[in-house]
Ligand binder design. Structure first.
Ligand code: UT7
Length: 331
């Protein structure tokens, strides 16, 4: 009997309606469209306003329902739902459990997966393992982040980068050898001093002082993170190619985390890939953290063909990073 592999069989996505342009940010902080565009590649990002919906769960639910509609299956058929996120609805109670109930996935168990911008990539590994083991048949992985909930719109070093959004993929067994082929995942906890949120966790619980000191917003030493991201994302993407004897001409698409166009360009260059093989939507959504990878699949689903060799790569807070090689399973 051939080995069971875990393939992505459907994709869904959702971005909020409100578009925050670089010009709008010029009114809020000391920045300009030219700086943001040349340093990051971002032109606009989506922001979830209260009149549209609340919390990352709202985004996740829209993406999940979109996927179920397209795949033509009922929510009751799902065995497991994982929500990859850095902005869960609240501490303690699982956001994924709420999402499962809201979409009617009454036969599923559900939990969240937190690894900053690598949450979705690591979730792909977890979802695939459940499928490969033969234990579950339909695993729904959602990447959802309402980054605007932890952004200080007076801090020009972070507010220009992040946006809100969600994407979802369904993993199912495949006996044609398609789906996840290999992974190279890493973490380095010394990175937490460069990117994170100081207060609100068990280390520094919320007090009036932490709120007054803006410690519930994301902070980033951009220059340091940039250096780690450029070298580590390129390293793992190259390693996965070498380990699988993948020539640059055999890579159909690079699917990179959308943090900064310059990081993406450096990764593609190291892999010897032409820009036409690199999926990008950073100019429209900015960095949506856990949603960047599935939103790329959602935006470019029409271009992906059965048997295509996809290389995913991500880098995020923690630090966490890695690369996954996956064969696309449908047209
Ligand atoms: O997804 C998780 C992982 N995150 C990342 O991968 C992000 C990695 N980092 C980055 O993408 C970049 O470091 C940033 C986009 C955050 C910043 O770009 P940079 O080229 O590293 O800029 P910088 O921090 O070195 O700042 C250069 C200059 C500074 O001015 P001086 O000291 O040269 O006078 C900053 O004060 O640009 C200034 N600056 C800005 N100017 C206009 C910083 N932010 C802004 C801004 N608008 N928004």
């Amino acid at each position: 009997m051939s080995k069971l592999s875990a393939a992505i069989t459907a994709v869904g996505g959702y971005v909020p309606q409100f578009v925050m342009t670089n010009q709008m940010l010029e009114e809020m902080v000391d920045t300009n469209d030219e700086w943001i565009t040349t340093r990051t590649g971002i032109k606009e990002r989506r922001i979830l306003k209260p009149e549209e919906g609340e919390g990352s769960s709202f985004l996740a639910i829209q993406a999940a329902n979109d996927l179920l509609d397209k795949r033509g299956i009922k929510a009751e058929e799902i065995d497991l739902i994982m929500v990859a996120t850095a902005t869960p609805d609240s501490m303690v109670a699982s956001t994924a459990a709420f999402v499962a109930s809201e979409i009617g996935a009454t036969n599923a168990f559900a939990y969240d997966l937190l690894a900053a911008c690598s949450s979705f990539l690591f979730g792909m590994s977890t979802a695939s393992s459940y499928i490969e083991s033969g234990r579950y048949k339909k695993v729904l992985l959602i990447g959802a982040d309402k980054m605007s909930s932890i952004i200080n719109y007076k801090d020009r070093t972070t507010c220009i980068i992040f946006g809100d959004g969600a994407g979802a993929v369904l993993f199912e067994p495949n006996d044609e050898g398609l789906g996840l082929q290999d992974e190279y995942l890493r973490a380095d906890g010394s990175g937490r001093k460069f990117l994170g949120m100081e207060a609100g966790g068990s280390l520094l619980p919320a007090t009036h002082e932490t709120v007054d000191a803006n410690q519930h917003y994301i902070f980033q030493d951009g220059k340091s993170v940039f250096k780690f991201a450029v070298s580590n994302m390129a390293d793992v993407a190259e390693k996965i190619m070498v380990r699988n004897n993948l020539k640059n001409t055999e890579v159909s698409w690079l699917i990179p985390h959308q943090a900064n166009k310059r990081i993406i360009d450096a990764t593609a260059k190291r892999m010897g890939l032409d820009a036409s093989k690199v999926l990008m939507n950073i100019e429209r959504y900015g960095n949506t953290t856990s949603a960047t990878l599935p939103l790329l699949l959602y935006d470019y689903e029409d271009k992906l063909k059965k048997g295509d060799n996809l290389v995913f790569a991500a880098f995020g807070g923690g630090f966490t990073w890695g690369s996954i090689y996956l064969k696309w399973a449908y047209n």
